[in-house]
Design a protein around this ligand. Structure first.
Ligand SMILES: *[C@@H]1O[C@H](CO)[C@@H](O)[C@H](O)[C@H]1NC(C)=O
Ligand SMILES: *[C@@H]1O[C@H](CO)[C@@H](O)[C@H](O)[C@H]1NC(C)=O
Ligand SMILES: *[C@@H]1O[C@H](CO)[C@@H](O)[C@H](O)[C@H]1NC(C)=O
Ligand SMILES: *[C@@H]1O[C@H](CO)[C@@H](O)[C@H](O)[C@H]1NC(C)=O
Ligand SMILES: *[C@@H]1O[C@H](CO)[C@@H](O)[C@H](O)[C@H]1NC(C)=O
Ligand SMILES: *[C@@H]1O[C@H](CO)[C@@H](O)[C@H](O)[C@H]1NC(C)=O
Length: 875
């Protein structure tokens, strides 16, 4: 119970962190609260640990995992002969090699630690060769010193990347029909998710569709059935569902009545992300009995495989996450969608060789497209939580759906706009079609004005301390004063930290017979971002203290009081209106403040790494998708089957779904080719040609809004239609990534060898040589030539190159013009020359424009710098 409290508050911390902080006091308060929770949590964990010093360790062992194994051990045939092709996990060769690996794991452990002195939680064999073991620190040290052991690391926490938006009154939206809703989009592609599980009964995952689903021939995954996830839970839409909890159980925090030892989602997050990626087309969104339109996944005909490794209330553990990835790749998923990240930042070049990134590198080798949430630690620079060039890291953008509502004050019609209008109880349930016709039936009743009553003026006992102004307890207030009025309550830090919540305000207002609610913001929450939530009550939140003061001033001026301050006459009136209908302003997307920012950093010297992060932006703010009615992750949606939530977690499955569409159209595309198609076609300007904006751009965090840079949104905002016809692609395979690792200055040959069992060649090269659809040079000293190879995936076309040079850099591109046949490749050479050494990172781009209309754009990001630090960064 106490552990749970810890997480709850922790979650709130994350939420506070994700909101825009302009107020230093707020920030300090947040940091302090976080600190206290951390201390508290440590104390609790010590009490829970079964034996002091016992922990879970992930151990990498010598020898190739299945996706790398080339047959070099006598008696065991090669399991991998291909780069980027799926392996048949049920083949004889794979089965016998897996048995060999598992046996060798047990041999090493028994010999080194002695039977009974450890508990093996997992044998990893498909994407990495290693084990997860629960043992004492002393045993771990002994094991770590063995020659068979390449690397040993202590288990750490993983978590989902959802922003827990403050509880506040919200506003329902109109329909959410994403594009790609044809009856074929994503057909035959399997998207795997490592997440909190899935609600198998949700209509988003039903296979009872007009057109039947066929099992994918190359997916061999299974479903695991238990009492709460019974036989029949899987079908030809939800084709795989497993759970991985050994490390969570070992932590002592797992409770099977709460977290479930099955793929069942007790949280909501996994159901939401799966539906966003590939939920059925045209599923009706019903919340509080009201129809908000229909929802669809990005690839509505793709199939879903859920690998549950993150748990309600306690989050996840790395050892379980790796087991889930190992299984997903073995099962043959085409796309892996990871709306999860480490709870702390391992950082930079060392992170390329973390077990997590190595497992994903193997996944890519097996042809799996991997996309991961960038993280929600923005807006500050280098808060990115996803690092390696073989992973597509997704930033979150806002979209243009708003829900305007307002309160009109007095008969003179002073209007204040706000957010968070919920519908009036008296509106009948309407079909989507009917709803279009009745746009005005929201807010308080009709055009009538209602008396405004400030909560503190309605206390039964006038000596009550003003701290209780949050309207959490109706017994404190005088019903005769509030009845028939609009109740004004204060939204302050108590709400942000979850001490108070908005559903309680609604209950208070209902109990007292109020007609509506106004939540005014106190100055301490200025800068927080509020999202709408449907609550079934006429209400408005005024999201900043400045506008709130306008209302409070009006209230003060019109309210008469006696000499003790007791109100003798309430004379302020108001009327709440609007909100339920979504308005599409056609305003361009913005990078959300919470979205983690680049640059990727070399941890040894904190230079900008030669790798672009994040890679792409997708919608991640206020996303409607499936929810599980037993989910507890968002209390505003408790008991609902749909929820509207935010985070890079929500952006990531958009990219997973779009990747599935590309894979369907171009089955032979490597993961890098899919990433290239998505990024070179992204949008960086609005319809008027103005640059897209970022909330708190990483180049100037103090600004509310400013031009977005690649460190905010990578290549830009995803454009699925263009991504399905990219023209040229920048391809790369496993060997290219190995070469990349060998070229990272901070990684020695030996370090790379120990991590991936590959020798570096004699030519070290440069990280910027990797054939990515971007050019990033974190330290340009003098001049450098960068080669890129493009491959034409369309018909013969003639391209012209044009570029914008970053500040302080001269650029030449060769060739300026070229004709390229279908299926052929061309080399492009970019010469870069530093004209200053200011240490400032600046941004440019290279655009290849084809005469058949293709437009292929990559970013050029350069820091000119004088010196380079050469250190061997050991794992
Ligand atoms: C197979 O891998 C081993 C080591 O992993 C290497 O020494 C050997 O050269 C490889 N053989 C082939 C045919 O690639
Ligand atoms: C597990 O959770 C249930 C339901 O909250 C609770 O009743 C039970 O005591 C918990 N068990 C443990 C061992 O904490
Ligand atoms: C709404 O206002 C109308 C008059 O303007 C009144 O007849 C009706 O009873 C009111 N409805 C509610 C639910 O207060
Ligand atoms: C309104 O008046 C009360 C008492 O007269 C005072 O405490 C409060 O600060 C005033 N509020 C505003 C917004 O002027
Ligand atoms: C290892 O790295 C160095 C440069 O750091 C390079 O000169 C050498 O050739 C590399 N390869 C081998 C096999 O030693
Ligand atoms: C650039 O950075 C380096 C290393 O951080 C520093 O020594 C140098 O003075 C900086 N140059 C400028 C112009 O700021």
């Amino acid at each position: 119970m106490r552990g749970e409290g810890g997480r709850k508050a922790n979650t709130k911390m994350a939420q506070g962190y994700n909101t825009r902080q302009h107020s230093l006091t707020t920030m300090k308060a947040l940091v302090l609260v976080f600190f206290l929770i951390t201390v508290l949590r440590r104390t609790i964990c010590v009490g829970v640990a079964p034996e002091s010093g016992v922990g879970v360790y992930i151990v990498l062992l010598k020898g190739d995992p299945v996706v790398q194994y080339n047959g070099s051990i006598q008696g065991f045939a090669a399991t991998s002969d291909s780069n980027g092709r799926k392996l048949n996990a049920s083949s004889k060769a794979v089965k016998s090699y897996v048995a060999y690996l598992v046996n060798s794991h047990d041999t090493v452990l028994e010999r080194t630690l002695g039977r009974g002195n450890y508990q093996k939680l997992y044998s990893y064999h498909h994407v990495i060769n290693g084990v997860a073991v629960q043992m004492t620190k002393r045993k771990a040290d002994i094991l770590g010193a063995m020659p068979d052991v390449l690397h040993i690391e202590k288990d750490f926490r993983f978590r989902t990347e959802t922003t827990h938006t403050p509880d506040y009154l919200g506003l329902p939206t109109g329909g959410w029909t994403l594009e790609g809703g044809s009856s074929n989009a994503g057909e035959g592609i399997v998207i795997g998710l490592v997440d909190t599980g899935v609600d198998p009964k949700h209509p988003s995952f039903s296979d009872q569709t007009a057109k039947a689903y066929k099992r994918s021939a190359s997916y061999t995954g299974q479903c695991e059935f238990t009492a709460e996830f019974p036989k029949g839970s899987c079908n030809n839409k939800l084709v795989g569902a497993r759970h991985f909890a050994a490390a969570a159980v070992a932590s002592g925090e797992f409770n099977s009545t709460v977290q479930y030892e099955s793929p069942l989602d007790a949280d909501g997050h996994g159901t939401h992300t799966a539906a966003t990626a590939a939920g059925n087309y045209g599923v009706t969104v019903l919340v509080n009995g009201f129809n908000y339109g229909s929802a669809s996944g990005m690839a509505p005909r793709a199939q879903i495989a859920q690998y549950k490794a993150i748990y309600r209330d306690i989050g996840g553990f790395f050892a379980d996450v790796v087991a889930a990835i190992d299984q997903a790749v073995k099962d043959g998923v085409d796309v892996l969608s990871l709306s999860i990240g480490p709870a702390s930042i391992p950082g930079g070049s060392a992170a390329y060789l973390s077990t997590f990134d190595l497992a994903l590198l193997s996944a890519v080798k097996a042809g799996v497209f991997v996309t991961q949430a960038a993280g929600n630690a923005g807006p500050y620079p280098s808060t990115i939580l996803s690092f390696s060039p073989w992973i597509v890291s997704v930033a979150a953008g806002t979209h243009d759906r708003t829900y305007p509502n307002s309160i009109c004050l007095g008969s003179k019609s002073k209007t204040i706009s706000g957010i968070g209008l919920a519908r009036n109880f008296s509106i009948p349930r309407l079909s989507n079609h009917q709803r279009q016709a009745t746009t005005s039936a929201t807010g308080t009743n009709g055009s009538s004005f209602y008396r405004l009553v400030l909560a503190r003026d309605a206390f039964r006992n006038l000596n009550t301390t003003p701290r209780t102004d949050g309207c959490q307890d109706s017994t404190l207030y005088d019903e005769t004063v509030v009845k028939g009025s609009i109740l004004i309550c204060t939204y302050d830090l108590n709400f942000l930290f979850g001490v108070y919540n908005i559903p309680a305000v609604v209950i208070t207002a209902q109990n007292l017979g109020a007609q509506g609610i106004v939540l005014t913001a106190s100055s301490e929450v200025d800068g927080a971002t509020f999202s709408p939530t449907p609550l079934g009550f006429p209400a408005i939140i005024i999201p900043n203290s400045k506008d709130s003061l306008v209302l409070l001033d009006y209230y003060n001026m019109t309210t008469e009081r006696d000499q003790h301050g007791k109100v003798t006459k309430f004379d302020a009136v108001g009327s709440i209106s609007g909100g339920e209908q979504a308005t599409f302003s056609s305003s361009p997307p913005q990078v959300a403040s919470f979205s983690s920012r680049g640059p990727d950093i070399n941890s040894a010297n904190f230079d900008v790494a030669d790798v672009l992060k994040p890679n792409i932006m997708a919608p991640g703010n206020l996303i409607w998708a499936a929810w599980t009615s037993i989910g507890v992750d968002e209390q505003d949606f408790n008991g609902q089957n749909f929820a509207m939530i935010s985070g890079t977690s929500m952006a990531t499955p958009h990219i997973a779904g779009i990747a599935a569409l590309i894979k369907q159209k171009f089955p032979h595309f490597s993961p890098a080719a899919i990433a290239s198609a998505i990024t070179t076609t992204a949008t960086v300007v609005d319809s008027n040609g103005r640059p897209l904006l970022a909330q708190n751009p990483s180049t100037n965090v103090a600004a509310d809004l400013g031009p977005a840079s690649p460190f905010d949104f990578g290549a830009g905002f995803v454009n699925p239609t263009a991504a399905l016809d990219p023209g040229l692609i920048f391809d790369a395979d496993y060997d290219d990534y190995v070469q990349f690792l060998c070229s990272v200055p901070e990684l020695s040959n030996l370090t790379v060898y120990k991590a991936i069992n590959s020798n570096c060649g004699s030519n070290k090269g440069l990280p910027s040589d990797l054939n990515t659809p971007s050019i990033v040079i974190g330290s340009l000293n003098g001049h450098q030539y960068v080669q890129r190879k493009v491959t034409n995936v369309a018909a013969t076309e003639t391209y012209q190159s044009s570029f914008t040079a970053p500040t302080g850099v001269m650029i030449a591109v060769n060739p300026r013009s070229f004709t390229i046949q279908a299926g052929e490749s061309a080399q492009i050479c970019v010469a870069l020359e530093a004209t200053d050494s200011s240490n400032v990172t600046s941004f440019g781009n290279l655009v290849l424009s084809g005469n058949a209309g293709h437009r292929v754009r990559i970013s050029i990001i350069i820091s000119t710098r004088k010196q380079k630090v050469e250190t061997d960064f050991q794992l």
